[in-house]
Every structure is written in structure tokens, then in C-alpha cells.
Design a binder for this molecule. Sequence first.
Ligand code: PMP
Length: 408
Amino acid sequence: MGLDPVAVREDFPIFQRVIDGHRLVYLDSAATSHKPNVVLEAEADFYRMHNANAHRAIYTLGEEATELFEGARATLALFLGAPSPATIVSTRGTTESINLVAHGWGRKFLKPGDQVLLTEMEHHSNIVPWQLAAAATGAELRYIPLTDDGHLDLTDIEQLLTERTKVLAVTGMSNVLGSMPPLRLLIDAAHAVGAVVLVDGAQLVPHHAVDVAALDCDFLTFSGHKMLGPTASGGLYGKDELLASMDPFLGGGEMIMEVTREGSTYKEPPFRFEAGTMNIAQQIGLAAAVRYLEAIGMDAIREHEVALTRYAIEGLQEMGARIIGPTDTAARGGEVSFSYRDIHPHDLATSLSEDGIAVRAGHHCAQLVMRRFDVPATTRASLYLYNTTDDVDALLDGLEKAGAFFGD
Ligand code: PMP
């Protein structure tokens, strides 16, 4: 049986909210997702019953905290098809994970003349850390361009991906366009020239089954708050040997073997990358989110979102909206960016908000995409497992209302 979004909504207390007399129509899960009761309970239960610092205390609560925190790591490893929990570093999310790699791997191994290959659809968090690493090492940045329908344009990939390329950092799903680059093909091509590949999974992991072993990516990043987990939860998957070769990112307590006046030696991964008191409660909440997603099934979630995305795109097109991104749902997710008449996205979002409809308006931390499609901003409706066709209908009604108000 397919996923029933109406039943799913029952698990999320926020959908009981009434906003200015309207039910909440939440179409901004690409920014952050809502949290089911099981996640709220898991986090609260940790604080209520087991609260202590992990990896430090020998008393009972400390051991329980360590067990729960390490159990969350194991849950994440299984969810992502990672070969062992040691390949999962706990972080506050994708931004921190990419900075960790750009710092710990990039600054250590990049040299003048090396190239970092990015794409024009990357979120700023998969651009700026590489710009910083390039500035520090003398490496250069290159970008894979986009086609008019919002996919990667791979026409000149052989000129872009060469033996000078040391790392390819690419999103698994664009937060603006929804497009899903052909990861396996890109990873194989990058490996053929000796480059390592980082996949920004911030949007992919919440919406699509991911198996890092089958993908053969070198790094994968993810943000717990976009996949029903708490804010400041998330992580980095990295291949054993790569993590082992990297410098620490943050220095501090618990990531060291020995500290002397002159210097320090570091623990093995993943602990080398986990300095200071960690996001213990958040990772425990994230593990509960993963169990919830698994119980529903990632394939069922994907199927639901493909059908709903198709419904949304068709409805928007019928109203004359311009979709910015692919309109074919085969290789895209439920992040639907559009412009409608000449109404500024901020005006549109404000007008929709009056009816309890939450969409995002702006550049979505992807200014290269805005420039490519020659728009200052877009309105984005993003879908998740708890969205229904009623939510999409409310959006379309809201657009009609805004169209009548703003006119043209
Ligand atoms: N990459 C992509 C594709 C994203 O959508 C986001 C969040 N909008 C990020 C990276 C950054 O994630 P976070 O803010 O959770 O670190």
C-alpha cells in the first residue's frame, strides 16, 4: 500500500496549529522539515531519563548517554548503507560537514594548479567552503554549467573533469531546481581521473533511498533537520581511508590521544572529528527520525513525492506559472521553484502566508542558479511525505488570489 499523507500528518503535532483561522499548509520542507512525535519524544526522553555527557563518564547515566549516541551513529550507518559506524561523523549538518571536508581534506591535499569541480546548481554551503580552501591552497574552481531545463549540462564534461581535478563536489538534489544529477555516472567519471567525490545529500537523503556503498561516493553529507530530525543534527559519511588521512577540523576535548605542550596526537575517525561536547540529544532524535522514515519506507516516500510533484507542476503550468527546473519528474525531487506573472516572490509569499501557506521566496542560498536563469529570486514550494493534494490546491488557490490582487 502507498503512503497515506493524511495518516502521516497525525504523527506531527504542528499540523494541529491554526494560523489566522487557516490550517497550516507547509510547503517549505526543503528549508526545514517538521518533527513527528517519536522524534520529540526521543529527544525529551534523553534529557528526562539519561542526560549525561557521552564518552566521558563511567557512571550509569554516562554509559547510557554514550550507548544512545553511538547507537544513533549505527542507525545512520545502516540507513545509508555505510560499511561501518566508524565511517559516520556526527556534525550539525551539511554546512559543517562540507566545511570539515574542505578543511580537513581540501587544505591538506590541494595544491596550486589543482582543480575543484563544482556545479552551477550548488547551494552556497557547497561553494563557499571550497572557495576558502582554494584561496588557502592555490587551487582553482571550475563549474559544470546547467541546461535550460535545469539539469547539469555534461556536453563539455571531458574538458572540465581532467587529471587536474582533485575533487568533484556535487549536490544529490538541487534545493532550487529539484534536479537530481546522475551521481553514479559522475562518480565513475571522477574516479577514472583520480578525483574524490563529495555528494551534498542535504536534499537527497530525506527524500530518496541512498546507499553509499553502491554509489561509491567518497563523502556524503546530510542535515538531520531536513529529514524529520532536530536542528543541529546530521553528519558526514566518509570512506575509511580518506577519513583516516585527514586533518582534524575543530580541536578540543575528546578528539585527542595525548596533548603535550608542543603538540597533540589525535584519535582515529570518527572521534578525531568530534571535538568538545557533541549534539547528543539531537543525534538520538535523528536516529528516531530515521527509524520513522524506514518504517514508512523511502521508496514509498519517493513514490508519493513524485506523484505530488507532478500534480503541483501541472497545476502551476496550467495557471501560466514558469517552472524553473525540470518539469519531468523522473530525475527530480519535490523542490518546485517558479515565477508567477510579474509578482515579486516576496509579495507572493506574503500574500500566501495570509492564508496559512508557507513557501520560501528568495535566492535560496543559490545565487549561481538565480544568475543562470536570470531571475533575482524565485518562489519555491517544497513537498514532503506529509503533504497532500489539498496542500497543492491551497497553493494554486492562493496564487489565483494573489494574481487578482496584484494584477498585471
Ligand atoms: N545543501 C543543500 C542542497 C541545501 O538545500 C542546504 C540547506 N538549504 C544545505 C546544503 C545546507 O544545509 P544546512 O543549513 O542544514 O547545513
